[in-house]
Design a protein around this ligand. Structure first.
Ligand SMILES: NC(=O)c1ccc[n+]([C@@H]2O[C@H](COP(=O)([O-])OP(=O)(O)OC[C@H]3O[C@@H](n4cnc5c(N)ncnc54)[C@H](O)[C@@H]3O)[C@@H](O)[C@H]2O)c1
Length: 423
């Protein structure tokens, strides 16, 4: 296989995570350039990948203004900063791996999809769940007819009360006016998995949900705006910031609050930054629980529940077919097959190196597949395509519209509206 050259735009948590693959597989792939405005991040990335100064840029525009310097670009900036670098990178002839969600704007998603299709370049979206053994095995079981014809899907995204507080109350994805609604930011993965497993296009979507708990009315009596300003509920509150961010235990949330990971650095971050705010006194507006029901052209029906109010951060799913059921809990990495014609269920235990880390192996599977597609010059077939990613993003936009208006959204009519807006 030809050795692939990558350039990274955005050396934050996700960008660094994907490019670690190059450090572990130097024979397959190398990172040759980075664009990152935060100097410390740029410098530490430069060191890790041994990049010369002239291949380290402070902005993606500078990098993409150079003659083509790699085979592919990884775009790992924040949600609202995906469209412009993607369009430019495709224009320059780069294959692109783009973080999800593609964009908070449906028209931009459609336009990127169209540009990619016209270019013939690889354009993969980081729908990492497709690359997990967990969902890959389920898809294979469906294709083998192990439960007959699939009829119904019940899928839960158990966000975890602590994950909700970190990312969707205090953190980057708390306010839909600045980034994306929850169903897009967090659950576009789930819309994508449902589309994949259902095996046909989505026809109708309805949805309900609201922000009900992380609001000022639910604050403990006398709670100040910031945890460290003498909160009387410090001892009992699940969300008291020092419990999450000043602990010695390993947790990824600590990494997000400051580049200075010393105790003093983290203390300063929660004294001054967004992660030290009381979860009941933030400027969050994304929902903390939501349901979406869908039907598909092949008459499969699906119900999806996203809830902040779970202990684990995981996904649980039940697929119901004419001859049996498949049940699975992602964090346990176990799938149960229950056939109607057998007395005992079959338990399938999936050994995943690294356990549940990196989305149950999905992060590594995704980058490996992208590199294979790029090495092949875009001729090979991937697990997904730009068209499919646009479809599942449109399901998420439709679900949000259904939730806000309280009306069922008929997908063909919804898509038609956008089709006329893009021509
Ligand atoms: N696939 C998944 O499961 C998954 C999980 C989490 C986040 N995400 C998505 O990944 C993306 C990145 O998330 P993150 O947590 O890594 O964010 P982050 O803030 O840690 O990283 C984004 C980086 O982009 C850099 N940046 C800003 N302006 C830039 C510019 N002009 N040129 C180059 N770089 C620039 C920032 O300085 C930052 O380092 C988001 O879209 C997020 O929604 C996906």
């Amino acid at each position: 296989m030809k050795k692939v050259k990558l350039a990274l735009i955005g050396a934050g948590l996700r960008g660094v995570n994907y490019t670690n693959y190059a450090l572990e597989h130097p024979g397959e792939v190398e990172v040759v350039a980075v664009a990152e405005p935060v100097e410390d991040r740029r410098m530490s990335f430069k060191q890790a990948h041994r990049l010369p100064d002239e291949m380290c840029y402070a902005d993606w525009r500078e990098m993409l203004n150079q003659p083509k310097l790699a085979d592919a670009v990884l775009i790992c900036t924040q949600d609202y900063m995906h469209y412009e670098p993607t369009m430019r990178a495709l224009e320059c002839g780069y294959h692109v791996l783009l973080e999800k969600p593609m964009s908070p704007d449906p028209l931009e998603c459609i336009r990127m999809g169209e540009r990619a299709r016209r270019s013939g370049l690889v354009f993969s979206i980081c729908h990492v769940l497709r690359y997990t053994r967990f969902f890959g095995t389920m898809k294979q079981m469906l294709e083998e007819g192990r439960i007959g014809r699939l009829m119904s899907i019940q899928h839960n995204e158990n966000v975890g009360y602590w994950h909700q507080a970190h990312s969707f109350v205090r953190g980057n994805w708390r306010n839909a006016d600045e980034t994306s609604p929850m169903i897009l930011a967090k659950s576009c993965h789930d819309m994508d998995i449902l589309l994949w497993l259902a095996g046909d296009s989505c026809t109708n979507v309805s949805s309900f949900g609201s922000l009900s708990h992380f609001t000022a009315e639910n604050a403990p009596a006398g709670a100040p705006k910031r945890c460290l300003d003498g909160c009387p509920a410090a001892e009992d509150c699940l969300y008291y910031a020092p419990k999450t961010y000043l602990t010695d235990e390993d947790n990824w949330m600590k990494l997000a609050i400051s580049d200075d990971q010393s105790y003093e650095g983290r203390l300063k971050a929660i004294q001054e930054g967004p992660y030290g705010r009381c979860v009941y006194h933030c400027d969050n507006n994304v929902v903390d629980h939501q349901v979406v029901s869908m039907d598909f052209r092949n008459e499969v029906t699906a119900v999806f529940t996203m809830s902040a109010f779970t202990k684990e951060c995981s996904r649980t799913i039940k697929l119901m077919g004419t001859e049996g059921e498949i049940r699975g809990a992602m964090e346990k990495n176990e799938i149960e097959l229950i056939r109607f014609d057998r007395n005992e269920p079959e338990l399938i235990s999936l050994e995943t190196p690294g356990g549940h880390a990196g989305h149950g192996g999905g992060d590594e599977g995704l980058i490996r597949d992208f590199i294979r597609l790029v090495a092949d010059g875009g001729m090979a077939q991937g697990l997904t395509s730009a068209d499919i990613s646009v479809q599942s993003h449109m399901m998420a936009f439709a679900a949000e519209q259904a939730r806000v208006t309280g009306q069922v959204v008929h997908m063909p009519a919804y898509l038609e509206r956008f089709a006329s807006a893009t021509t």
